[in-house]
Design a protein around this ligand. Structure first.
Ligand SMILES: Nc1nc2c(c(=O)[nH]1)N[C@H]1C(S)=C(S)[C@@H](COP(=O)(O)O)O[C@H]1N2
Ligand SMILES: [Mo]
Length: 329
């Protein structure tokens, strides 16, 4: 289910995705260190971060596996339907401000981010922590932040307290929770959450393509009515969201005849970078019957969602036109 009662997802309904059991967070010893190819290693205590200049940014988080259950043939992984996406307002320190304090050396090529959570994987031996990297350009983007607050309150434990990375416009796997270590490296990071997971593999027999999962693809979703719902004749509101990590979404259209004719929907809020936008459409139904409803979004560059999505082994980035069937009594 997708909660759209407000633009900001209520905290108890915000989706959660963890690869490992929750880590122990002891604030007496917690700190964030920056090391690797830097002029000086720096260690920040929680109050050091709280005392630095803060920025606030609304950002929608979407799991790369959102809508995975809709893939045909089925793709391996958590069978998310429509709910692995939520919206919050994040506040904290710009990552670039911290990185400049450490002084970046010329040989640095990437930045890796390590969470405090760790555990085993089913596909390889060893104990791993949740660790991901970003190219320098994205790490230095002023909108990439270390969030300390979510919706004006200290980050909830489940969402990464005391500090998490927020990488706007990228799928959720990049936004490392329970962050405690940042390392500049000369080489590209090869950890399993970077090169085994979160790559678009098209062929199960020849895994490990080099195309990493990064930006959120153009997508739109019908939150209400739900698939197979029975509606009464008369006025029915159709409600949903649209989002893209690249060019902003400029139009969402609805079809009630399986995609033959399309009608524009109305926005419930203005366009804001990195944020989903809710849309609605008043549907006046006069005849009972079965209706095939579809939704599609168009972005500012003229891209439009299609009937097909790019099938991949681990089921990332599903963004085909959504189709639901409803019955009108
Ligand atoms: N440390 C850590 N960070 C993590 C993860 C994790 O398992 N461990 N999961 C990632 C994934 S895949 C997603 S989709 C988002 C989910 O964030 P949320 O649980 O706050 O919604 O966190 C990301 N950051
Ligand atoms: Mo995810």
């Amino acid at each position: 289910m997708l909660s759209l009662s407000s633009r900001i997802t209520p905290e108890n309904l915000f989706y959660i995705r963890n690869h490992f059991p929750y880590p122990n967070v002891d604030m007496r010893s917690w700190g964030l260190c920056i090391k690797g190819c830097v002029n000086r290693e720096i260690y920040f205590r929680y109050h050091d971060l709280l005392n630095m200049p803060q920025v606030t940014l609304p950002v929608t988080l979407e799991c790369a596996g959102d809508k995975r259950a809709l893939f045909h043939p089925k793709a391996r992984g958590e069978q998310w339907e429509l709910g692995a996406i939520s919206h919050a307002v994040w506040s904290g320190v710009r990552l670039v401000d911290l990185l400049y304090l450490a002084g970046i050396q010329m040989n640095a090529c990437e930045v890796t981010f390590e969470g405090m959570d760790q555990g085993v994987r089913t596909d390889m031996p060893g104990v791993f922590s949740y660790k991901r990297s970003l190219p320098l350009e994205k790490a230095l983007n002023p909108d990439t932040i270390i969030a300390l607050y979510m919706n004006g309150k200290p980050l909830p434990y489940r969402h990464g307290y005391p500090a998490r990375l927020i990488v706007p416009g990228w799928y959720g796997m990049a936004s490392v929770k329970w962050l405690h270590r940042i390392t500049f490296t000369e080489e590209q990071f090869q950890g399993p959450f970077q090169v085994v997971d979160y790559v678009y593999d098209r062929n199960p027999l020849t895994p490990s393509s080099s195309e990493p999962v990064t930006t959120i693809r153009l997508n739109s979703t019908i939150a209400r009515p739900s698939d197979q719902e029975v509606l009464a004749k008369g006025e029915n509101w159709v409600l949903g969201t649209a989002l893209s990590g690249e060019d902003p979404v400029v139009m969402v259209e609805i079809s009630t005849d399986n995609g033959t004719t399309w009608m524009p929907t109305s926005w419930l809020e203005p366009q804001e970078p990195y944020s989903w936008r809710r849309w609605c459409w008043k549907w006046t139904v006069t005849a009972s019957g079965t209706y095939d409803i579809k939704v599609r979004a168009t972005d500012a560059a003229g891209n439009i969602q299609s009937e097909m999505t790019d099938w991949n082994v681990k089921g990332y980035g599903y963004n085909a036109i959504q189709h639901i069937r409803v019955y009108v009594d």
